[in-house]
Design a protein around this ligand. Structure first.
Ligand code: HEM
Length: 497
């Protein structure tokens, strides 16, 4: 009996000790987490009352003047840490690359991506899908002659399309044509005529999704997912994605039916071949599913078409606004490669002004304020201790417009990327593609597209505002959706020969 009661006492004592240790651990954890300072939050709304919902970057840059370049911001009751300026972002994204390299949940995209694809996913699935996507993009010629040839071929179609407007004003949407076709070639192994109904449908669905996942209702939904019961946006976004997926399934099927000698002819084919080879039985572990293919395809369409088209649209607007810069680029093209031979990727070295121009269009256009990251583990940074899973905001605007890095950050100035001898100057604060673990997966392809398309259309046309529109009145403020687009405009293109 005595032995029995001793055993029970010992057992209870053990439980008590374990509970104390657990309590102590959780207590010490709570006390040692230390967030950087930030504005005082209100109950339920946090700091939302001081946030410019469309230009969050402006709010954060203002707050950095008071709280420093690393501060806490409350989206409702959720804490995020914001990184402002070149130094803070370099320290976090490049030096402490792994610590800030997860993707934070974004409810408006999570409702259809469900942690699939590359852009909006995290963890093992992201790692495998990203690695695979990069290797397929390389196999398919990203950064090589194969893709260069396709871009040059597409440039001819774009130039014909511009020419078909006979000098009359046309909409900036015309520039949302050539770059999607480069992505479609990678995905489905084919291009489309610009008036093809399937092409038009895909482009308009992407347009719809970029607008509606970036408007104020979506941004509030990201803070309070419970709003799905009263907001229409989440349901419409899902139904548009379903519509897009139906089109994609047909295109993948058609691509499969067209036999090719090249075993990795399209991204879709490669994805499904990988699926067969993987032979993974556990459904959860199975990464190469149709769902993931559709999600990754959406990412490549969003990442690979909207971004590059929007940058070209910024470029043309800026050429209308600053005709002397347009002329300087054209003079360089005329003197170096002439009016006939289309520009090639290698020409970067002999067209330094054009290369600087493309970089400055990207810097000034600043098409993405930020895409939220998250901490994959508890993280020590600058004397603070941030828990795993905290949202991190690398504020790209604050790097591309950093007053300590750029001579004239608010001006459009291609000389930011030229040295005193007129040679191209690489700038470390050029974060248009981000840096570190989450760096843009299509950077090499995007750089090639932008250089060839922008110099290729400037070679053939001079862009001016339509009659009656003063270039002084051209508006350079952005429409802030998921991507920061220039406001709607019309343009005239006069052939240069
Ligand atoms: C002007 C063109 C482009 C710009 C400015 C751009 C910029 C960016 C930025 C800023 C990110 C976020 C990185 C981060 O979270 O830190 C990103 C991610 C991504 N981009 Fe791009 N991008 C462009 C073109 C492309 C193209 C052509 C593709 C593909 C063909 C592409 C595919 C992706 C993908 C898959 C990601 C997600 C990377 C990840 O989370 O691991 N992008 N891009």
């Amino acid at each position: 009996m005595a032995v029995y009661s001793e055993a029970v006492t010992l057992f209870l004592l053990c439980i008590l000790v374990m509970m104390c240790v657990k309590l102590l651990m959780s207590f010490s954890k709570k006390t040692i987490y230390k967030f950087p300072p930030g504005p005082t939050p209100l109950p339920i709304i946090g700091n939302l009352h001081i946030l410019d919902i469309d230009r969050q970057d402006f709010t954060f840059m203002k707050l950095a003047k008071k709280y420093g370049t690393f501060f806490t911001f409350h989206f409702g009751s959720a804490k995020a840490v914001v990184l402002v300026g070149y130094e803070a972002n370099k320290e976090a994204l490049v030096k402490a690359n792994y610590d800030f390299g997860e993707r934070a949940p974004i409810p408006i995209s999570d409702i259809f991506q469900h942690n699939h694809g590359v852009i909006f996913s995290s963890g093992e699935g992201w790692k495998i899908t990203r690695r695979f996507t990069l290797s397929i993009l390389r196999d398919l010629g990203m950064g090589k002659r194969t893709i260069e040839g396709r871009i040059i071929e597409e440039l001819q179609f774009l130039n014909e399309y511009i020419l078909s407007h006979n000098g009359e004003p046309f909409d900036k949407r015309v520039f949302f044509s050539a770059t999607p076709n480069i992505t479609f070639r990678i995905l489905f192994g084919r291009r489309f005529d610009y008036d093809n109904p399937t092409f038009q449908k895909m482009v308009s669905l992407i347009d719809y999704l970029v607008i509606h996942t970036g408007m104020a209702p979506a941004k509030y939904f990201n803070v309070y997912p419970i709003l799905k019961y009263i907001l229409k946006t989440p349901d419409t976004v899902v139904s548009k994605i379903d519509e897009l997926n139906e089109v994609l399934k047909v295109l993948f099927k058609q691509a499969r039916e067209v036999k090719s000698e090249d075993s990795f002819r399209t991204y879709g084919e490669a994805f499904l071949q990988k699926d067969e080879r993987e032979k993974v039985t556990d459904e959860k572990e199975k990464i190469f599913t149709e769902k993931n293919l559709l999600a990754s395809t959406f990412d490549l369409m969003l990442g690979g078409s909207e971004t590059t088209s929007t940058t070209i649209q910024w470029g043309i607007l800026l050429m209308m606004k600053y005709p002397h810069i347009q002329k300087k680029a054209q003079d360089e093209i005329d003197n170096v490669i002439g009016l006939e031979r289309p520009p090639r990727w290698d020409d970067q070295t002999i067209l330094p002004f054009c290369l600087a121009l493309v970089h400055e269009i990207q810097r000034f256009g600043n098409i993405l304020q930020y895409l939220p990251h998250a901490t994959p583990t508890d993280v020590h940074f600058r004397g603070y201790f941030i828990p795993k899973g905290t949202t991190v905001i690398p504020l790209f605007t604050s790097i591309l417009y950093d007053e300590t890095e750029w001579e004239t950050p608010r001006e459009f100035n291609p000389y930011h990327f030229l040295d005193a001898d007129g040679k191209f100057l690489k700038r470390d604060a050029f974060y248009a593609f981000s840096k570190g673990r989450r760096v843009c997966a299509g950077e090499t392809l995007a750089r090639m597209e932008l250089f060839i398309f922008i110099t290729g259309i400037l070679q053939k046309f001079t862009f001016t505002p339509p009659p009656g529109v003063d270039r002084e009145d051209l508006d350079l403020t952005a429409d802030s959706f998921f991507i920061m687009r220039p406001k709607d405009y019309k343009v005239c293109a006069t052939p240069r020969m």
